[in-house]
Design a binder for this molecule. Structure first.
Ligand code: LMR
Length: 329
């Protein structure tokens, strides 16, 4: 979008796909970057199935998993252009749109638990964040959970200093970049689809993700150490091309909205369990030493990472951040 900007925007307005006429079936192309077995992959399939059932076959949702259609760096642009209709990027990936408020989700230790998270995603802050996408041609439909992230690497991680000098893969997020710098690590932004190979080849030394992503991408096979830091959250916003969505007939949009509500309940119900199962599977694989931090190490990670809140506050907005603290406190 940066490269092509104005011309592409014009083309986009002209080219965004319109739904089919009343008697034709409607295809929704839903692209994502994770495995079909990850929580997001399962929730996308669930949505596809309920969308077909509730519209009595009028809508067919085609789910493209594992970056098969678009990788991180291209999927937002493809959505705005109408080349794909629906995505569920991680909340870390919305700053490419200049939607800086979304950076709040990446702040280390911002949510003590899921109750605090829900206070944001299911309250006025979440609603406003989704609405803020509309002037970018995007409609936000829902927030879906994954879980809390842990650090993995090719050497043991016991205390923050163990990550000093480590080349760590990150998502395209300024907050996560600042988080790695606060640990003395060297952040490398790269698409999710490239991470396994980069870890395998030693292009990067480590990464962070919830266990479900680590396991379903087989990263544990090339990461001998995992420390259960749970220092930050990773979740998603389900988004659609606004023009496409707004021009769907009401008799189609209504059941799709219901399918999305049901898929959201499902996604948020399975995520925690899927991450627990993934951790058990990593332990069973025997490839990765899993380290549980003691209280002193947990406190040390917190001390090292909390200053990131200050450095990110200006971009996120001091008022918004204060509102988040009040809602989650
Ligand atoms: C990542 O890039 O690490 C994650 O955002 C992938 C995902 O969509 O869960």
């Amino acid at each position: 979008m940066r490269r092509l900007s104005a011309l592409i925007l014009l083309l986009m307005l002209a080219a965004a796909p319109l739904p089919a006429a009343a008697d034709e079936s409607i295809v929704i192309r839903f692209s994502h970057v994770v495995s079909p077995d990850a929580p997001k992959g399962k929730a996308a399939e669930f949505f596809a199935q309920r969308a077909a059932e509730l519209t009595r076959g009028r809508v067919r949702v085609e789910v493209y998993a594992d970056s098969e259609l678009y990788a991180d760096r291209d999927e937002m642009e493809a959505l705005q252009l109408g080349a794909v209709h629906m995505l569920a990027p991680s909340l870390a990936k919305f700053s490419v749109l200049g939607a800086n408020g979304f950076e709040l989700f990446d702040l280390p230790y911002i949510f003590e638990d899921r109750r605090a998270l829900r206070a944001v995603t299911e309250g006025p802050i979440g609603e406003r964040l989704l609405e803020s996408l509309e002037d970018r041609g995007i409609k936000g439909l829902a927030f879906w959970d994954n879980g809390f992230k842990s650090f993995s690497a090719n050497t043991p991680i016991r205390v923050p200093a163990d990550l000093a000098g480590k080349r760590m893969r990150i998502q395209a997020s300024r907050v996560i970049e600042e988080q790695m710098l606060a640990l003395g690590a060297v952040p490398h932004m790269m698409s999710f689809s490239d991470v396994y190979e980069a870890l395998r080849a030693g292009v990067v030394d480590g990464t962070e993700n919830p266990h479900s992503n680590l396991y379903t991408q087989r990263m544990h096979e090339v990461q001998p150490y995992l420390a259960l830091t749970e220092h930050g959250y990773l979740g998603y916003a389900v988004i659609v091309n606004k023009r496409f969505w707004d021009t769907l007939p009401r008799g189609v949009r209504r059941p799709l909205e219901r399918a999305m509500r049901e898929a959201t309940t499902y996604a948020n119900r399975i995520a925690r369990e899927e991450n627990q199962l993934a951790l058990e599977a990593i332990l069973a694989a025997g490839t990765t030493e899993v380290h549980v931090l003691d209280a002193a190490a947990r406190a040390a990670f917190r001390r090292a990472l909390l200053p990131v809140h200050q450095s990110a506050a200006e971009r996120i907005g001091e008022d918004l951040l204060a509102e988040v603290y009040r809602a989650t406190g």
